[in-house]
Write a new protein. Structure first.
Length: 290
């Protein structure tokens, strides 16, 4: 029971640190007049729990591509860079297809072996782009599969590890393909916008990640952990598309604390864990730095 309490307290401390990052992100967006909304599990938590899903350990926000690009271009001019770091998509030490806002002097070692030793691995929130969808079903499916190539190339370059032979083979195949044509296909939707897609939110399902434009056209403010943040005005329709009967709690045995990372340290920088390997247990990893 004592161990469980320690785990619960550490989990809650992680959530509070994520809230601090989200507040900085929100401050920047307000200062620069850049719209965004809470997304995925964070949106579900806001609506169903007025805060984090109790067993969740991440934060997702989403922005229209034009707003996302402007955020990446302008945010650093007003960012508290002493405390936070903006990890931009396809940057020198971050080969991924989305961006993160990370907290300096912390560690969040995920379950992969980074190929780049200079990759920032502080705790983070995820910032996803939402792109215009093509008008035809075939066009949208082409965007979806093009995004899969981009995602596979990025994961391989980052050092993603999997036991799935099919995933390994697909990543090896995709790493030989050029990035720019597939990225362009996935991003370039119809000029006559009536739908959006979030394939670069690592979508595994096509149907769950194509939305009417209206879902992201307007936002409302709602409570999240005692603060106010924007969510889609049509949050009910969006959450039903993503989760079905989203107000129904999962069975009690499934309400377990998620572990996106093998180690979270709110007091020390990821840089002290230079000997980290993806297959290390928490005990071995912590002993290795003592």
């Amino acid at each position: 029971m004592a161990v469980d309490k320690v785990t619960e307290n550490a989990h809650r401390a992680h959530q509070q640190a994520l809230l601090t990052i989200l507040k900085e992100f929100d401050r920047i967006c307000k200062q620069l007049h850049i719209p965004y909304v809470l997304f995925a599990g964070t949106l579900l938590g806001a609506v169903r729990h007025s805060g984090f899903i109790p067993w969740d350990d991440d934060v997702d926000v989403i922005m229209r591509r034009k707003d996302y690009d402007r955020f990446l271009s302008e945010a650093e001019s007003v960012l508290n860079s002493e405390k936070f770091y903006l990890q931009k998509e396809f940057s020198q030490h971050w080969p991924m297809f989305f961006s993160k806002l990370r907290m300096n002097n912390t560690a969040c070692l995920e379950k992969f072996h980074p190929k780049d030793s200079k990759m920032h691995q502080g705790i983070y929130i995820d910032i996803f782009p939402c792109d215009n969808a093509k008008k035809t079903l075939s066009g949208k499916m082409l965007q979806f599969y093009a995004s899969k190539v981009v995602i596979a190339k990025s994961l391989y370059k980052r050092g993603y590890e999997t036991k799935s032979a099919a995933k390994k083979a697909f990543m090896l195949l995709c790493r030989m393909l050029p990035l720019k044509p597939f990225l362009s296909i996935a991003k370039s939707g119809s000029n006559e916008i009536n739908e959006l897609h979030s394939f670069f939110a690592a979508a595994s399902s096509y149907k769950k990640n194509v939305y009417p434009l209206s879902y992201f056209a307007n936002s409302i403010s709602t409570e999240f952990e005692g603060e106010k943040f924007p969510i889609p005005k049509e949050y009910d329709a969006l959450l039903k598309q993503l989760y079905g009967d989203y107000m129904q709690l999962p069975p009690e045995e499934e309400r377990v604390i998620k572990q996106h990372a093998i180690l979270v340290d709110l007091e020390n920088s990821y840089e002290i864990y230079s000997d980290y390997r993806a297959d290390m247990s928490f005990d071995v990893l912590t002993k290795s730095i003592r």
